[in-house]
Design a protein around this ligand. Structure first.
Ligand code: IMP
Length: 169
């Protein structure tokens, strides 16, 4: 595997995050909002997005892992306690929505935990790979059907620390 050219630069990421934050503020106003970051991929995006929000929000991280047969939606999520979700407007923060299996399961589980509303925010969206109908309300960039790394996204545990997003080919 070789690391390709920069697909999305650090400057482009830095520009889009305040735009997403402004949309979130406009849509939620003063509502009780909790950002639920899906680890480990969302680590950079979550940290930057929450600091771009001019108001206080709650924040939780959950770990999601996809196993063999991911297309079938074999996603395992380590869920937060009900009392941290119930009655809140939940914004799921993902690095990338690919098949949509993780986002779909997160939406279902947050609803079961009593969320007032649940929406999805992702830095990257790969719509060509979608097998689930999920509505990514806040998305930074669409990416083509290629494997990308950096800014939290990994390949075999590596490249998360890159400051930009690159193709791995
Ligand atoms: P899903 O298929 O939408 O459930 O995506 C599950 C997870 O797979 C994402 O949150 C990412 O962590 C990972 N993933 C999907 N596409 C890529 C990619 O191009 N690079 C790195 N990780 C990816």
């Amino acid at each position: 595997m070789t690391l390709g050219d920069i697909l999305i630069s650090e400057a482009e990421i830095a520009q889009v995050i305040p735009e997403i934050a402004a949309e979130i503020v406009e849509d939620y106003g003063d509502a009780r909002l909790v950002l639920v970051g899906v680890m480990d991929g969302a680590v950079c995006f979550l940290a930057d997005l929450m600091r771009a929000l001019p108001r206080s929000v709650e924040m939780i991280t959950v770990r999601a892992q996809s196993y063999e047969g991911r297309e079938a939606g074999n996603v395992v999520i380590d869920l937060p306690p009900r009392e941290r979700i119930e009655g809140r407007h939940v914004l799921i923060v993902e690095d990338i929505v690919d098949t949509g299996a993780t986002a779909e399961m997160m939406v279902e589980e947050m609803a079961k935990l009593g969320a007032e509303s649940v929406e999805i925010c992702a830095l990257l969206d790969k719509p060509s790979r979608r097998t689930r109908e999920v509505d990514v309300v806040y998305a930074g960039f669409d990416v083509p059907d290629m494997f990308v790394v950096g800014y939290g996204l990994d390949y075999d545990g590596l490249y998360r620390n890159l400051r930009d997003v690159r193709e791995l080919a």
